[in-house]
Write a protein that binds this ligand. Structure first.
Ligand SMILES: C[S@@+](CC[C@H](N)C(=O)[O-])C[C@H]1O[C@@H](n2cnc3c(N)ncnc32)[C@H](O)[C@@H]1O
Length: 219
């Protein structure tokens, strides 16, 4: 027998599926505000549909976008104007990342797909002096704070979905077709590792089941 809470959750799932919006792209403008107005070289790790790489290209001389998925990368290439200074590469991070150095390194909703320590060390090594690392990540909800923030996001998520789709049923954007996986590590665990590898790093839990990490390399 289906209980009332199950029916409500089912209805909410169907509503969200009909009014999709991209929680990762929601943070793209926020990321740009953490970056210098102009920079030379940027690397976007796990670039998916290429939306962030194209945004970075409005400020950079050169953007390298790396993703493990060849099909999605081909679609990202097709969606990118030929004149945009973005080079897409299919490779497995962190081992297959280009060497750098980079003035900007971004990684959105990808870090939980990678071995955490190895990836953070690889990012640190690739940053130029004074360079900026910005991660938008996904963490497993464990603490009361994690669950409270997640619960607060539920009605907001539906409201934003309704607003962005103008109340009409919509298709998922290309960016939401990328492979996903549930995060295994919680925010406290990620923060502990990040502080060890990136001294002075700033981390914050965010709405819509994300956290942010910002680190600047010594000039
Ligand atoms: C949830 S999507 C996020 C994509 C994009 N950053 C965004 O914000 O829309 C995760 C992406 O990470 C990529 N990915 C997963 N493991 C990877 C790895 N080891 N190396 C490179 N990319 C990887 C997937 O192919 C997918 O495009």
């Amino acid at each position: 027998m289906t209980t009332l809470p199950h029916r409500i959750l089912g209805a909410l799932d169907r509503f969200n599926a009909a009014h999709p919006w991209d929680h990762n792209a929601h943070y793209h403008r926020w990321i740009l505000r953490r970056l210098p107005r102009r920079f030379d070289r940027a690397l976007d790790v796990g670039s998916g549909s290429g939306d962030l790489a194209r945004l970075l290209a409005t400020r950079a001389q050169e953007v390298h976008a790396v993703d493990a998925d060849p099909v999605l990368t081909a679609r990202a290439v097709a969606a990118t104007p030929a004149a945009a200074p973005v080079v897409f590469t299919v490779a497995d991070a962190p081992a297959g990342l280009p060497d750098g150095p980079y003035d900007v390194l971004t990684c959105v909703a990808v870090l939980h797909h990678l071995p955490l320590d190895e990836a953070l060390l690889a990012f640190r090594r690739r940053l130029a002096p004074g360079g900026t690392l910005v991660v938008v990540g996904c963490a497993r909800a464990r603490s009361v704070g994690d669950h409270a923030l997640g619960a607060a996001a539920v009605p907001l998520n539906a409201a934003v979905g309704w607003y962005r789709t103008r109340g009409r049923a919509a298709q998922r954007p290309l960016s939401m077709t990328a492979a996903t996986r549930p995060p295994e590590r919680d925010f406290a665990d990620i923060a502990r590792e990040a502080r060890r590898i990136l001294p002075g790093v700033r981390l914050r839990r965010r709405l819509f089941w994300r956290y942010t990490l910002v680190w600047r390399a010594e000039p």
